[in-house]
Design a protein around this ligand. Structure first.
Ligand code: CAA
Length: 380
C-alpha cells in the first residue's frame, strides 16, 4: 500500500491553494459579514475546472479523480468554506447525478454548462417537514402524461438564487412511498417557480441559501432524471458522493484552523517567549494535526473506493461524521489559541467555528451518518 499523491494530484492541490490565497482570501471577511455570493471567484473556479472536476471532458468537465476533488475542496475551504460548499454542491450533487443518470440530451443541455461553471446548480431535497426524514416528501409531481405538475416548498437550498438549474425531488405516487418519488430538472425561469427568502445564517454566509416555492410548475417528462420512481434512491446515491465533498470542506476548515494557529503561536509572546514554546499550545497543535491527518485519510479512503467503483456508502459517512466533528474541535481550539484576537473577525478563526457547525448538519446530520454507518456494519 502506498499513500503518495500523483504528480497530477499535487498540481491540482497547488493550483487550488494558489487560487484560494490570491482570489478567495481578499474580501472573505466582508463577503461573510455582508452575505455576498462570490460570483467572480466561482466563475474563475469554473475556468480552472473546479466546478465539474470529475466530469468527463467531453461534457466540459475536468476528467479528474475523486482524490483530486478532496484535495481541491480542502484548499478552497481552508480559505473560504462558502466557496467550498458552492463547489461541492455543483460537483457532487448536481454534475455527478446528471452524468451518471442523465440522458444524452440532458447532458448536452445542462451538464456541459454546469461542468464548465458557466452556470451553477442546486439540489432540492429538504423541505419544512422533511430534513433528516427525507422520504417524507410533501412536494408533489403530478403525472399529466407528457409532463409533471409540481407543487410544494423546498427549504435551506444551497445556491438557491445563484443557481440556474435545480434538481428537485417530488412525490408522484404517495402509495409507493419512497418508490414514488421522482427527481426532476427544473429551470429557474419556469413559470410558477418562485425563489423565496434568503436565510440569514450563522456560517457559510457567502453562499446563498433560500426557500423555493413551486406552484403548478410544468416540467416536461424528458426532464426527469433517472427512471420513474427512482428519485429517492438517486438522492441517496448522490448524497453518498456529496458527503465526500462536505467531509473535505470540513477538513479544509480544520486545516485552516491549524495553519492560523501555527502562524499566530509563533508570533504571539506571553511570559517572555512565543506561545508556541508553551507546552499547553504545543499539545493543542499536536492533537489538531493528528485529527486532521486522520480525517484526510478517511476522505481519501472514501474517494479511493469511489474511484475504484466500489461501494463507499459507509466510508463516505465515516469521513463526513469524523471530519465535521474535528472541524468543530479544531476551530474551537484555534480561537482558544488566539485568545481575545480569536474572538474578533480579523483573525478568521471565529468564522471557521461558525462555518464548521453546518458540516455537522447538512448532507445528513452527524446522527444520520451514524445511522448509515451502523446499518452498513450490521447488514454486511
Ligand atoms: N445509498 C444508497 N441507497 C440508499 C442509501 C444510501 N446511502 N440510504 C438508503 N438507501 C436506499 C435503501 O436501500 C432503500 O432501498 P429499498 O427500497 O430498495 O429497500 C431506500 O433507499 C429507502 O431507504 P430506507 O428504507 O433506509 O429509508 P429510511 O427512511 O429508513 O432512512 C435515511 C433513510 C438514511 C435516514 C435518509 O432519509 C437520509 O439519508 N436522510 C438524510 C437526508 C440528507 O442527507 N439530506 C441532505 C439534504 S441536501 C443538502 O444538505 C445539500 C446542501 O445544502 C449542501
Amino acid at each position: 500500500m502506498r499513500i503518495e499523491l500523483t504528480e497530477e494530484q499535487k498540481i491540482v492541490r497547488e493550483t487550488a491553494r494558489e487560487f484560494a490565497k490570491k482570489e478567495l482570501l481578499p474580501g472573505v471577511i466582508d463577503r461573510d459579514e455582508q452575505q455576498i455570493f462570490p460570483s467572480e471567484q466561482i466563475k474563475k473556479m469554473g475556468e480552472l475546472g473546479f466546478m465539474g472536476m470529475m466530469v468527463d471532458p467531453k461534457y466540459n468537465g475536468g476528467g479528474m479523480d475523486t482524490i483530486s476533488y478532496v484535495l481541491a475542496m480542502e484548499e478552497i475551504s481552508k480559505i473560504d468554506a462558502s466557496a467550498g460548499v458552492v463547489m461541492s454542491v455543483n460537483n457532487s450533487l448536481v454534475c455527478w447525478g446528471l452524468e451518471k443518470y442523465g440522458t444524452e440530451e440532458q447532458k448536452d443541455k445542462y451538464l456541459k454548462r454546469l461542468a464548465s461553471g458557466e452556470i451553477i446548480g442546486a439540489f432540492c431535497l429538504s423541505e419544512p417537514e422533511a430534513g433528516s426524514d427525507a422520504t417524507s416528501q410533501r412536494t408533489t409531481a403530478e403525472d399529466k402524461g407528457d409532463h409533471y405538475l409540481v407543487n410544494g416548498t423546498k427549504n435551506w437550498i444551497t445556491n438557491g438564487n445563484s443557481a440556474s438549474v435545480y434538481i428537485v425531488f417530488a412525490q408522484t405516487d404517495p402509495e409507493l412511498k419512497h418508490n414514488g418519488i421522482n427527481a426532476l430538472i427544473i429551470e429557474k425561469e419556469s413559470e410558477g417557480f418562485v425563489i423565496g427568502r434568503k436565510e440569514n445564517k450563522l456560517g457559510i454566509r457567502g453562499s446563498d441559501t433560500h426557500s423555493l416555492m413551486f406552484s403548478d410548475v410544468k416540467v416536461p417528462k424528458e426532464n426527469r432524471l433517472g427512471e420513474e420512481g427512482f428519485g429517492f434512491k438517486l438522492a441517496m446515491k448522490i448524497l453518498n458522493g456529496g458527503r465526500i465533498g462536505i467531509a473535505s470542506q470540513a477538513l479544509g476548515i480544520a486545516s485552516g484552523s491549524l495553519d492560523a494557529s501555527i502562524n499566530y503561536s509563533k508570533e504571539r509572546k506571553a511570559f517572555g517567549k512565543t506561545i508556541s514554546q508553551h507546552q499547553a499550545i504545543q499539545f493543542k497543535l499536536a492533537e489538531m494535526a493528528t485529527q486532521i491527518d486522520a480525517a484526510r485519510l478517511l476522505c481519501f479512503q472514501a474517494a479511493f473506493l469511489k474511484d475504484q467503483k466500489k461501494d463507499y456508502t459507509k466510508e463516505a459517512a465515516m469521513a463526513k461524521y469524523f471530519a465535521s466533528e474535528i472541524a468543530m474541535k479544531c476551530a474551537n481550539e484555534a480561537i482558544q489559541i488566539h485568545g481575545g484576537y480569536g474572538y474578533v473577525k480579523e483573525y478568521h478563526v471565529e468564522r471557521f467555528l461558525r462555518d464548521a457547525k453546518i458540516t455537522q448538519i447538512y448532507e445528513g446530520t452527524t446522527e444520520i451518518q451514524k445511522i448509515v454507518i451502523s446499518r452498513e456494519l450490521l447488514i454486511h
